[in-house]
Design a protein around this ligand. Structure first.
Ligand code: MG
Length: 199
């Protein structure tokens, strides 16, 4: 990455911290971009753009990578547009402003990256697995959910948070029991899973 890009990436990281935008952890994004590189991934569907950080980082891996990314929060979507422009990646990253559960996509992708509303993971997996190339991967972020998934649920005071943690645990169970896909879990960043079709 050139110096100008490094500077711009740092600005996005700073903005995310300041406005409490959940972008990927450093070790997680390094893992993801390496994965994209090593598996020669060229087409990506991302569920949950936030402010465009992971899209931009993945696009910078290779000039032939194309990404479609979906975000339902208007403020984040507008910020993502600005950020993608700064890197002149408008021709390679296509943004969709909508709730991903309402978006229907025809094309197939080498990678589907799920990093959106955590309670929707199972729905997004089922919905967008039909957009996966035969040898493609579904990657999901925040499998550990800030380490909270290992905690005793009774120790967590917020009922909403308990519900969310339960849903992430259900997602892990769903992946483990899924006969169509093989999933490997990585204790990297905030916990990342990689699922591939059993051919
Ligand atoms: Mg995330």
């Amino acid at each position: 990455m050139n110096e100008e890009n490094i500077k711009l990436i740092k600005e996005i990281e700073k903005y995310a911290e300041e406005y409490d935008i959940p972008i990927m952890m450093k070790s997680g994004i390094d893992f993801l971009t390496n994965f994209v590189k090593e598996n020669n991934i060229k087409t990506i569907l991302e569920v949950g753009t936030a402010i465009g950080y992971s899209s931009i980082m993945m696009a910078l891996v290779d000039p032939n990578i194309k990404i479609k990314t979906i975000e339902r929060d208007e403020k984040r979507y507008l910020e993502a547009i600005k950020n993608i422009k700064k890197f002149s990646l408008e021709d390679r990253i296509t943004l969709i402003f909508n709730d991903a559960s309402l978006v229907n996509i025809e094309e197939k992708y080498d990678l589907v990256f799920i990093d959106a509303a955590k309670g929707q993971n199972i729905n997004f997996f089922n919905k967008f697995s039909s957009n996966l190339n035969n040898n493609g991967f579904i990657v999901t972020d925040n499998i550990n959910f800030h380490g909270l998934v290992d905690k005793d649920l009774e120790d967590i005071k917020s009922r909403n948070l308990r519900g969310l943690i339960r849903k992430i645990q259900d997602y892990t169970k769903f992946l483990k029991e899924n006969k169509e896909y093989k999933t490997v879990f990585y204790d990297i960043g905030d916990g990342i899973s990689i699922s591939s079709k059993n051919n």
